[in-house]
Design a protein around this ligand. Structure first.
Ligand code: FCA
Length: 330
């Protein structure tokens, strides 16, 4: 499931690689912006880049996209951006506790910083006062729970044969809030809390979710029907693949992810899988929107809003094309 390093480097200038500045440096008044992401192999982040590039093309500034999966790569990415005369960057950090180090380095170069998806946490454990755009995580998690419960009821599944598999990653607040929200909505609707089994993943990707789900499945061979939720689409997909490996199909799995990539690919398959719906969030708002706010901050000194939360729309195989069109995503 992981893309090879060659594929990744073809997609992205990994942190530390040098980007040639135009001869003589950027023209007077020219703007250069970086867009650093923690997991460049994840579709969500590739889509954020795609929309950030649309913004750069529309306004005519230079965009440098970089993948930085750890702290060292983040810091060298910022050095590389400085060498390319970037005035600022948008970042989804690989670790929210890097916030103070990132801000300190950006300050030495006089760069502006806009955080996206994952919010910086300071040494005191509080969220940092840095412009941020993220999803309305608890609310979206709840939407997932309500939709899962509605489908469970619609199918008339006997509760004693059904359990929920939650693939979680509690180290990161924005994703913990999602699975906590789903748990709350399911239990408030009447699903028994003791039938929700958690599998903690080591990182938020498909192979890690696959491993976490296999542990849950091994522990609960008695379960005949599964409800599945997680922090993102990858978490749900890993669980579905693990379930398929044990003979579960769309007939006995109801899974809902959060994202705007892999879920659509599941819907495009002729044979339905357990992937029942996606809470569609917008990589356009996060990619284009953050980059545009940062550009205006650099160019026209327009201060961006401090905290922006975006919403989700639940889409199934039946209506996902319309939902994508409504959100203006390709
Ligand atoms: C976090 C998750 C990603 C994506 C993003 C909006 O960064 O790790 O998968 O859901 O929030």
């Amino acid at each position: 499931m992981r893309l090879s390093i060659i594929t990744i480097s073809a997609l992205v200038c990994l942190a530390g690689c040098s980007v040639q500045a135009p001869t003589g440096g950027p023209a007077q008044g020219a703007v250069t912006i970086g867009f650093i992401v923690k997991q460049p192999e994840e579709l969500w982040f590739q889509h954020e880049w795609q929309y950030a590039q649309q913004c750069a093309d529309q306004y005519g500034f230079k965009l440098i996209k970089m993948g930085a999966p750890d702290g060292e790569k983040v810091l060298s990415a910022i050095d590389s951006l400085a060498a390319n005369k970037a005035q600022g960057f948008v970042i989804c950090t690989p670790d929210v506790r890097l916030g103070p180090a990132i801000m300190a380095k950006a300050k030495t170069y006089g760069m502006k910083v806009f955080s996206v998806d994952d919010q910086f946490v300071g040494a005191d454990g509080q969220f940092m006062d840095v412009p941020y755009m993220g999803i309305s995580a608890s609310q979206i998690g709840r939407q997932v729970g309500e939709s899962l419960y509605a489908e469970f009821k619609k199918r008339n599944w006997p509760v004693e044969e059904t359990a929920a598999c939650a693939i979680t990653f509690d180290e990161l607040n924005t994703v913990k809030e999602r699975t906590d929200g789903t748990f709350a909505a399911l239990t408030e609707a009447g699903f028994p809390a003791e039938r929700i089994y958690r599998g903690a993943e080591k990182i938020t990707d498909v192979p890690a979710a696959f491993d976490a789900a296999n542990i849950v499945l091994t522990q609960h061979p008695e379960v005949k029907r599964w409800i599945v939720f997680s922090v993102n689409e990858e978490g749900v997909l890993g669980a579905i693949r693990a379930m398929e490996g044990r003979g579960f199909t769309s007939e006995n799995v109801i899974a809902i992810g959060i994202g705007a990539g892999i879920g659509f690919m599941e819907f495009e398959k002729t044979q339905p899988t357990g992937y029942f719906a996606t809470a569609v969030i917008s990589p356009k708002r996060h990619g284009f929107g953050t980059t545009e706010l940062l550009y205006k901050w650099i160019k026209d000194s327009v201060e961006p809003p401090k905290d922006t939360r975006t919403k989700a729309t639940i889409a199934t195989r039946e209506n996902y094309k319309q939902v994508k069109q409504d959100l203006g995503i390709e």
